[in-house]
Design a protein around this ligand. Sequence first.
Ligand SMILES: Cc1cc2nc3c(=O)[nH]c(=O)nc-3n(C[C@H](O)[C@H](O)[C@H](O)COP(=O)(O)OP(=O)(O)OC[C@H]3O[C@@H](n4cnc5c(N)ncnc54)[C@H](O)[C@@H]3O)c2cc1C
Length: 534
Amino acid sequence: MKKVETENRRNFLKGSLFAGAGIAAGVATGSAGSAFAAEAPVKDACKRYSFENPPAPIPASAIKTTKTADVVVLGAGVAGLSAAIAAAEKGAKVILLEKRNTFTMHGGWNGAIGDRAHKAAGITIPKDKVMADLMRFGAYHPNASLIQLWANESGRVMDNILDIADAAGVQYKVDTDIKEHWPYTEFPLAINFFPAMQFTLGQMFEKKCKALGVEMLYETPAVQLIRKSKVTGVIAKGKEGYVRVDATKGVIVCTGCYGSNREMQEKYSPRVLKTVNNQYSEGSNTGDGILMGMWVGGAKQETDCPMLWDGMIPGHGIFVDIARQPFLNVNLLGERYANEDAPFGYTANADNQQPKSLKWTVWDGKWDADKEKLHGTVCENMHIPVFWNSKSYDMWKSKGVIIEADTIEELGRKMNVPVDAFVASVKRYNELVAKGVDEDFGKDPEKLTSIVKAPFGAAKVGTGVLVTLDGLRINTKLQVLDTEGHPIEGLYAAGNASGDFFSNDYPITCVGVSHGRAVTFGWLAGERVAALKA
Ligand SMILES: Cc1cc2nc3c(=O)[nH]c(=O)nc-3n(C[C@H](O)[C@H](O)[C@H](O)COP(=O)(O)OP(=O)(O)OC[C@H]3O[C@@H](n4cnc5c(N)ncnc54)[C@H](O)[C@@H]3O)c2cc1C
């Protein structure tokens, strides 16, 4: 067996981390969603949204082309590519429809339990504790059987993926960098692929699909499912007109989330409207598959689960690492309001409760030394030499994102917060640092760093959304359920188009479980549908 090294998050190649997110080497390339900055969420119970009126069926006369496959997969993200490979490996004829002109990948952490990379690295993950954490994060809204299915199967599925990686000569490592002093237990579930993290996985998956004969139709968005008693296929919109794709065994919906669909956000997750930035920069995540599923009788998960994070610079479409560190945070009233060192979704929730859903992150002249102590992980560490150095600091200062002053009073004035309240907050915080105990909000003493040395610095930040995780209700056979809980024959879902796995907040403590769910359930759906009789 291939030797698998472990990887400390401090060391991996950083430039590829945000592939697909429109961010490289600390330079913003623009992003969707920033128009939503600091707006109050709208939720009008009487409002009828356009998507609530199912579109008229596309007439047979409008169909230009007809195709047939055993298994039809919608969406070439992590879930869809995984489903297509698994189905094709079982010998099924597979057609994969994708809206964009290429596959979609983000980030790089893929969570699994019991795979051979973890075993080779000598890491045993306590499955029961991970399952308990996922249920607790979701306040017991998730379907425990789906969580159990992932916990039991993710290792086997990951092993299949590692086989593909080995055959392709792709390197991978378990990420072992966890926050040791945290009051929250972080589980090192994730595997990274190199050199370009998730983009490498996407390239590898696409090649494998082609090698297995999967017919991949890019720029061909699915628009309507075809259901008589069961779902028998889908209509997509190709460049030459409508294409009907009949599925003799089943359709697997892997079209991702609704993070870029403003109407769906309003109805299903109005807190997303408080974010200043959308990190899914491609914008193709408009909830199409969730809507198509609902139009043929499928039910959506009741609760929401946006993957929110903190530290987004309003108007810049990017986060700046120093502003995401658990330094002192104050709101626009100059008041400290929470433990700054919570899981990033929790921090975003606390930030969103503040006036205008904005805060200031405040540090002092020894920030470079303090970052060692703060030790953020999973997308929030400052040990990325490409991004974090004094050059980067100066660049953000020159753009006016980082402001500096020689005294706390002057900084407060520049921040435009009530100066007395701000000075009192800093004074109190420094007292707590000196005591070594956060008597006010219970921050880990390890993360208490004083604000004493000029120049004092600050950045105003809001929250961002990466994806939404609440999709169509499914059972453990990955079948989409109707509003009575009955499976809709012929219709399956995986990844963010599916639901009942996450609720309330993304459990970042279970590192990489979002990709972990997508890749595992995609694979299981592909295997299952391929094994059906036509
Ligand atoms: C910047 C960023 C970083 C992230 N980092 C991580 C991480 O490191 N670890 C982790 O676990 N999670 C991470 N996530 C979340 C994770 O990427 C997603 O939850 C996961 O990729 C979902 O996979 P999916 O296949 O369900 O959906 P997606 O990856 O969204 O793929 C859906 C695909 O369907 C296509 N599509 C949409 N509509 C249609 C249609 N009508 N017809 C055909 N195709 C359609 C889309 O174009 C897309 O290609 C990150 C998210 C972002 C935005």
